[in-house]
Write a protein that binds this ligand. Structure first.
Ligand code: AMP
Length: 181
């Protein structure tokens, strides 16, 4: 339940996000969004918050594994558009296209089904959190490789001090974070 009806959506989300120090490794302050899912009213407000920020209805929403599936799917469903899963390498059952991207140490690969997007579809990319922007930028390159056009990015949380937006603006400047740190 909302503590106070006058709280902004950002305040309400921040009041339930849990900081977990040194997870998954020392020095990382992990923003745990799982307590949000205990509050059905807040979940609905988050979906509405994303939808009210969308200027032009996309043709599809792409959600990034795994926490990007949660609100990404709810928003897609409410907008009545397809939801596309971007997953780590080897997880999707059908034919895939993929893209490799650099991590702090080493590299990773993400994939989507090869028939997931139609050419020139406007695609909104969704994840739970924007940190350095490497993951969302890789998803944007994957959407473009698949023939789609990135129409924007949505995140529940933005860690603004990591300046992840700088990696995304060349795909699209339309970047929404409901909560900023
Ligand atoms: P990045 O590619 O650096 O923008 O990292 C974004 C991805 O890593 C998202 O899928 C997040 O779920 C996860 N992530 C990165 N940093 C954090 C953090 N401090 N707390 C929670 N998740 C994080």
């Amino acid at each position: 339940m909302f503590v106070n009806q006058k709280m902004t959506l950002e305040d309400r989300i921040k009041s339930v996000i849990r900081d977990v120090a040194d997870f998954p490794k020392p020095g990382i302050n992990f923003k745990d969004i799982t307590p949000i899912f205990y509050d059905q009213v807040l979940c609905s407000k988050i979906v509405d918050g994303f939808i009210s920020g969308i200027e032009e209805k996309p043709d599809a929403i792409v959600g990034i594994e795994s926490r990007g599936f949660l609100f990404g799917f709810l928003v897609a469903n409410k907008l009545n558009v397809p939801f596309v899963l971007v997953r780590k390498s080897g997880k999707l059952p059908y034919k895939t296209i993929g893209i490799a991207y650099d991590l702090e140490y080493g590299s990773a690969r993400i994939e989507m089904h090869s028939d997931a997007l139609q050419k020139d579809w406007k695609v909104l990319i969704h994840d739970d959190l924007l940190a350095t922007g490497g993951t969302a930028a890789a998803a944007a390159r994957l959407v473009e490789k698949a023939g789609g056009i990135v129409s924007g990015f949505n995140f529940v949380v933005g860690l603004d001090f990591l300046e992840g937006k700088s990696k995304l603006i060349n795909h699209n400047k339309n970047i929404t974070c409901l909560v900023h740190y």
